[in-house]
Design a protein around this ligand. Structure first.
Ligand SMILES: Cc1ncc(COP(=O)(O)O)c(C=O)c1O
Length: 464
């Protein structure tokens, strides 16, 4: 038999193929069609691992809000439970119970009222949590309209242009008019007065963001709550949903006195991403509601599944239990003092990096006394011969830092800012190295006299 060429589409023969170096990486990776036959495990692993080297390095990704470091024990919890389907509540009742414990802990952290059974649900991320929270507001509004004998044909949702794209998605997918209010010129977040004229009897709710994707700052949720309370006094009931995708696991620790949560009367639901400052790898978000009954019965599905009656309020069905269990691990591992310490560590390293970068006369570093996520916003001065794009490109070239430079939303689009998330893996040593690279890059770009139109930036989006 003539030996077929290693790496070609031929039956896998371990004795022959595992010994031959050529069986690895001598062909482009399979694409478009399932390969006819298998490949040796090491070669298959190598194909995937090699291709991942072409991606950015998550440890140097300062664009993402998402957790990029967990302890070995936490990773063990994840690895040991990847095969456990979260939704099989009958077979895995402890997983379901642990998920409920997490909901109750977060509800308590967000100062929800006592006496609730399971005020919320685990989700794939904040996006699913947003959809479910907003759907609840829509259904509750429909009921109010029906009870009042009025039409429920034209629901709208009021939010600022500083929101994450998930809010536009919700409106489009679930047929709600998006009343997206531009961020006023010169401002970066929304206040009550920006929203007031856009609210009417068809408004299912108003969204307040605590920790925006653009700048990490917060909408004036206290002022918005006061305005909604005033409207309620005049007979117009409009609830608020708080998008705390990032802020939910920051502000309870950094600014416990900041009232952004269920301490505000109009807040009916909150989403938060366990996989951001909740310190879990991607795959977990939470919707928490003020009370158990915020989720209308119509949206809960009861099924007899594998012998048990089960109630679900999700958009997805199957998914690994790992990330719910990893969230619980983090809660008991760190506790309140541990999360506070993590947030302090991020803030301290952010401050140290900010101090070093303030010393660079090419840069303007933004400061804000109000509660803000542990991230650093800066821009290059117009007088420099290079701009933010040049600078982040140069930083990527030096030590592979992944840092976004992006435009602010309409009205303020001339502002192109650089944003860096300082997460727990961004230790002092790394922050100092990054500051050194900023210095060296600025010197280099000044000398080179970059053209400001040297092509597109390495990274155009603002990262999530
Ligand atoms: C404010 C805000 N809301 C919602 C989301 C979506 O969250 P997730 O990625 O967990 O679906 C993000 C993600 O960055 C965000 O920053």
């Amino acid at each position: 038999m003539s030996a077929s060429k290693p790496g070609s589409d031929h039956p896998f023969n371990p004795e022959r193929d595992e010994l031959l170096i050529e069986s690895y990486f001598t062909k482009p990776s399979p694409d478009g069609k399932l390969p006819e036959h298998g490949t040796a495990p090491r070669a298959a692993y190598g194909a995937v691992a090699n291709e991942m080297m072409l991606d950015g390095d998550p440890d140097k990704n300062l664009a993402t809000f998402v957790t990029t470091w967990m302890e070995p024990e936490a990773r063990m919890v994840i690895a040991e439970n990847l095969h456990r389907n979260y939704i099989d509540h009958a077979e895995y009742p402890r997983t379901a119970e642990i998920s409920k414990r997490c909901v109750r802990m977060i509800h308590n952290l967000f100062n929800g009222p006592e006496g609730q059974e399971t005020p919320g649900t685990a989700c794939a991320g904040s996006s699913e949590a947003v959809m479910l929270g907003a759907l609840s507001m829509k259904w509750n509004w429909k009921k109010r309209r029906k009870d009042a004998g009025k039409s429920d044909a034209t629901p709208n949702l009021v939010y600022g242009a500083d929101v994450h794209v998930v809010w536009d998605k919700f409106c489009r997918y679930f047929d709600v008019e998006p009343r997206e209010v531009p961020v006023p010129k010169g401002k970066t977040v929304m206040s009550a007065e920006d929203f007031r004229d856009h609210i009417d009897e068809n408004t299912i709710g108003v969204v307040g963001v605590v920790g925006t994707t653009f700048t990490g700052q917060c909408d004036d949720v206290v002022g918005i709550d006061a305005m909604l309370t005033e409207l309620k006094g005049k007979g117009l009931e409009v609830p608020m949903h708080v998008d705390a995708a990032s802020g939910g696991f920051v502000f309870p620790f950094s600014h416990p006195e900041f009232k952004w949560d269920f301490r505000l009367d109009s807040v009916v639901s909150i989403n938060t991403s366990g996989h951001k400052f909740g310190l879990v790898y991607p795959g977990i978000g939470w919707l928490v509601t003020r009370t158990d009954d915020q989720v209308p019965e119509d949206l809960i599905f009861y099924e007899d599944y594998l012998g048990e009656k089960d109630a679900t309020f999700t958009l997805n069905f199957s998914g690994s239990a790992s990330f719910v269990l990893a969230q619980y691990y983090q809660f008991i591992r760190y506790g309140h003092s541990g999360y506070s310490s993590a947030v302090r560590a991020m803030t301290t390293n952010r401050e140290s990096l900010a101090d070093l970068l303030r010393a660079e006369d090419a840069l303007e570093v933004f400061d804000d006394d109000r509660p803000t996520l542990p991230l650093l916003i800066l821009k290059t001065h117009d007088a420099e011969p290079f701009d933010s794009n040049d600078l982040v490109g140069e930083l990527a070239r030096r030590r592979g830092w992944l840092i976004p430079a992006y435009q602010m939303p309409p009205n303020n689009e001339n502002d192109r800012i650089i944003r860096m998330l300082i997460k727990i893996n961004q230790t002092r040593e790394l922050a100092d190295a990054l500051a050194e690279d900023f210095s060296a890059s600025i010197k280099y770009l000044r000398k080179r006299g970059a053209t400001k139109d040297a092509g597109p930036p390495a990274h155009t989006g603002h990262g999530y």
